[in-house]
Design a binder for this molecule. Structure first.
Ligand code: ADP
Length: 368
């Protein structure tokens, strides 16, 4: 009988609660003990029954209908240091946990992978410093790790959708529908900023879903001389055909080809100066992460929770840590380390403004 723990880490995302509920119940259903780690890696570093808690079937009742994450999430600096991870290992062993499922973004999953790869040296040090017994050392030789991806940005390579992305998209679309009413009434333009530093998925899909006039995303920088005229020509054309509204969506990480950021203020200025439009800026901010999950995320999180527990039960010390993905509507396992490495190289290429490389990396299919 295994003891399987789940934690949520990094930025919260709608659907994380469904994922935790599914993992807890699948673990119990399979005859295992279920644990939750409170407050992300902070809970591992602090340890004790307050932070690493055994939970029952009933403890997660109704969680699918709740937004955010009920077991808390945190950014934990201590876990980025070896001493923090050493404490984490000690506390997991003290709690009797064999396997850890982490629901989070690429940062959290990088931490999870590092924790597993370091595990042999961590437990050796714990034994040598007498923080664990010989018996515990032998019993907890291998840390079983599995990742599920919770992120509203849909920015993880190798999975088609991350838990929370469709909920955020839905919220953005609703918010744009709301401002659209005012835009229509007053014949106004709205510049809407959405989240997405390295990934324009939310801006792109929201643009399609709301039939926005123009979008700016990090992956496709607009030429600094041309974007202003290009955008204005399109907006003017729409207006000349009788359209009373103008919606321009700007991703947080949008930049121009000369590598300067394009901000909602820049776009606002152009719409006012060149077209004389009555223009307002709406920054959606954390509203995008709030509220309950849409049905798709609840289902995705639930199916992936079941698969995460199956993966943990199938795992051997030789199998690489899995990440639970969805590809072409099938829930599949991918090597966690490769997925995280690929995601990081895409983000690095975008930060280095090498967009061709970023796009070709994003298209990379890797075969297990
Ligand atoms: P996300 O998981 O949403 O990408 P972060 O990047 O903030 O969010 O990561 C969440 C937490 O995961 C961090 O606060 C830290 O505790 C842990 N973490 C992130 N990167 C690492 C790393 N390289 N090594 C160890 N822990 C990490």
């Amino acid at each position: 009988e295994k003891a399987i723990a789940v934690m949520t880490s990094g930025g919260d995302a709608p659907g994380m609660n469904s994922n935790v509920r599914s993992i807890v119940r699948s673990a119990i259903f399979k005859g295992c003990q279920a644990y939750v780690v409170m407050e992300g890696y902070e809970g591992l570093v602090r340890g004790g029954p307050e932070y690493i808690k055994q939970v029952t079937w009933e403890d997660v009742r109704g969680w699918s209908t709740e937004g955010g994450t009920n077991i808390g999430t945190a950014r934990c600096m201590a876990f980025k240091k070896r001493e923090g991870r050493l404490l984490g290992a000690q506390h997991l062993i003290e709690a009797g946990v064999d396997a850890l499922i982490v629901c989070g973004g690429d940062g959290s999953l990088t931490g999870a992978d590092l924790f597993r790869s370091e595990w042999p040296s961590l437990i050796k040090e714990l034994l040598e410093t007498k923080r664990i017994s010989e018996q515990q050392y032998t019993r907890y030789q291998h840390l079983n790790i599995c990742g599920t991806v919770g992120s509203i940005d849909n920015d993880m390579s190798t999975t088609d959708a991350t838990i929370g992305a469709y909920s955020a998209l839905d919220r953005i679309c609703k918010a744009i529908d709301y401002v659209e009413a005012t835009a229509y009434s007053h014949s106004r333009a709205f510049v809407v900023e959405v989240m997405g530093r390295n990934c324009g998925w939310l801006a792109l899909l929201a643009g399609i879903a709301t039939s926005a006039d123009y979008i700016f995303i990090p992956e496709k920088p607009a030429s600094s001389e041309e974007w202003q005229d290009h955008m204005c020509n399109i907006v003017a054309k729409h207006r000349s055909k009788g359209k009373r509204t103008t919606i321009v969506i700007v991703a947080e990480g949008a930049i121009s080809a000369d590598l300067t950021p394009i901000t909602p203020k820049d776009v606002h200025k152009v719409l006012v100066d060149k077209l004389g439009l009555d223009t307002r800026i709406t920054i959606l901010g954390h509203v995008q992460r709030g509220g309950t999950a849409v049905a798709y995320d609840r289902v995705l999180a639930t199916l992936q929770g079941v698969e995460a527990v199956n993966a943990v039960l199938d795992s051997t010390p030789e199998t690489p840590s899995p990440l639970i993905a969805i590809n072409e509507n099938k829930i599949v396992r991918k090597p966690l380390m490769d997925s995280v490495a690929l995601t990081k190289s895409v983000a690095d290429a975008i930060q280095a403004k090498d967009f061709d490389k970023a796009m070709s990396l994003r298209d990379t299919e890797f075969v297990e």
